[in-house]
Design a protein around this ligand. Structure first.
Ligand SMILES: Nc1nc2c(ncn2[C@@H]2O[C@H](COP(=O)(O)OP(=O)(O)OP(=O)(O)O)[C@@H](O)[C@H]2O)c(=O)[nH]1
Length: 418
């Protein structure tokens, strides 16, 4: 394959790279800096194309301008990279412009004033080698979070070119002048081949770098979104909790009682399970409040709420009905078991040691009324009313005791707990 054919292959490769970069640039999301890479690839293609007309057009075009375009590509790779990696735009523009202008001047000098191919090659090797090394340095030393195989590709391709440039500089120093003619010397063919190989590798590296950065940003957005969703869910849960909890005792509130009682009542009706409702009321609480103060009364209510929450089953629903009255919904259990459990609670309440402002408050007690949902209950409110009636009975019978609202299905034998 002669050198001209090789140059044509290089042009085709650069064209393919330029087209893929331009397509991405125009149709997809690209980061700042990608435009410089696209423009650089176009320069490379155009510069290679001009080489083909070496003996037909002016040396200003085919030597000076062509090489300037190739060098511009190398400058633009580094410039684009620094912008891609969020560096200040004007940071090194002065050096780049000065390098480009001096490169043009030296090439013009060694083409028009003192024609010297050996010097032109050396100038090329020094300028291109320095700029490529600078880019490799940035690639290896400033690794951002999205650093990945794309950066390695680019670093690898450029390092290879730096190596080839060094060899070319050495080769230039040892051979006769006649060997440097671009379109005839065989040594130049190797360098053109290396350029062809690295052109696509550089483009590929730049495209992968962009894709990896998009992927990294996407992951960040996704993570932020997930955190946002979790926060919202937590806030919603918190709002729901606030809406159904009594702030003083931590027990469910009246609203939740109404919802739950209706739900449990319907479930019990349809599935035939059991439903027991209990009303618990602190004894002589008005007197307690009057004697020890409202704040001490609040401390008692808090302690009672805490005890109830921790001494009943998880599935039992404990709600503050109002004031010092508490409603408990017990499902899927028998009256005997529920009564025994509530009596344990009653006894625990009497043993409760409550402190308020470094003062131990006197023992408290509670009366409890219970009712079992039965076919005669047409609504949940009737079960509640029967439990309340049993509570009234417990108060009348001397307090600190449990009374069960008896019906034909639940005879009075259960009035045992006093
Ligand atoms: N500290 C405090 N007291 C409350 C709260 N809600 C209601 N109370 C008081 O609870 C007392 C209820 O009194 P009563 O309904 O007369 O009942 P009692 O004194 O316990 O008498 P019996 O139930 O017959 O034993 C009232 O003094 C209310 O002010 C509250 O959130 N905090």
């Amino acid at each position: 394959m002669d050198i001209k054919t090789l140059v044509i292959v290089g042009i085709v490769m650069a064209l393919a790279g330029a087209l893929s970069m331009a397509t991405l640039f125009l149709t997809r999301r690209v980061y700042l800096g990608f435009g410089y890479w696209t423009f650089g690839t176009l320069c490379r293609m155009l510069g290679s194309l001009l080489f083909l007309f070496r003996d037909q057009l002016s040396p200003w075009l085919t030597i000076i301008f062509a090489n300037t375009l190739l060098f511009a590509d190398i400058v633009l790779i580094g410039h684009g990279l620094r912008i891609f990696r969020n560096q200040q735009r004007p940071a090194h523009s002065g050096i780049e412009i000065a390098a480009l202008l001096s490169f043009i001047a030296l090439f013009a000098w060694f083409t028009v004033m003192v024609p010297d191919t050996r010097m032109r090659i050396l100038v090329w090797c020094i300028y291109a080698g320095a700029f490529m090394s600078w880019t490799v340095f940035i690639l290896f030393t400033r690794r951002p979070a999205w650093f990945g195989s794309g950066d390695q590709f680019l670093a690898l391709a450029l390092s290879f070119l730096v190596f080839a440039t060094l060899i070319r500089a050495g080769y230039t120093g040892f051979y006769e002048k006649s060997q440097f003619d671009f379109m005839t010397a065989s040594g130049q063919a190797v360098f053109i081949l290396i350029n062809i190989g690295t052109t696509l590798l550089i483009v590929l590296g730049q495209i992968i770098m962009n894709a990896q950065r998009i992927e990294h940003d996407y992951c960040l957005v996704q993570k932020a979104l997930e955190q946002d969703i979790a926060k919202r869910q937590y806030l919603e849960m918190q709002l729901r909790e606030d809406a159904i909890r009594d702030p003083l005792t931590g027990l469910f509130n009246r609203r939740y009682l109404n919802e739950s009682l209706q739900r449990e009542f319907t479930r019990c009706r349809h599935n035939g399970g059991s439903l027991i409702v209990a009303m618990l009321d602190l004894d002589h609480f008005k007197h307690f409040n009057d004697h020890y103060g409202h704040e001490a009364g609040d401390a008692v209510l808090r302690a009672v709420g805490h005890l109830l929450q921790h001494s009943l089953r998880r599935e039992d629903i404990v709600c503050r009905y109002g004031g010092e009255e508490i409603t408990i919904i017990l499902s899927e259990t028998t009256l005997a078991v529920a009564a025994a459990r509530l009596d344990a609670v009653r006894q625990a309440l009497t043993a409760l040691c409550i402190r308020h402002q470094d003062q131990e408050l006197p023992p408290i007690s509670a009366s409890i009324g219970m009712a079992v949902a039965e076919p005669i209950d047409l609504t949940p409110d009737t079960v509640l009313a029967r439990a309340d009636a049993a509570l009234y009975l417990a108060k009348q019978h001397g307090r600190n005791r449990i009374e069960v609202n008896t019906t034909a299905a639940n005879p009075p034998k259960l009035r045992l707990f006093t």
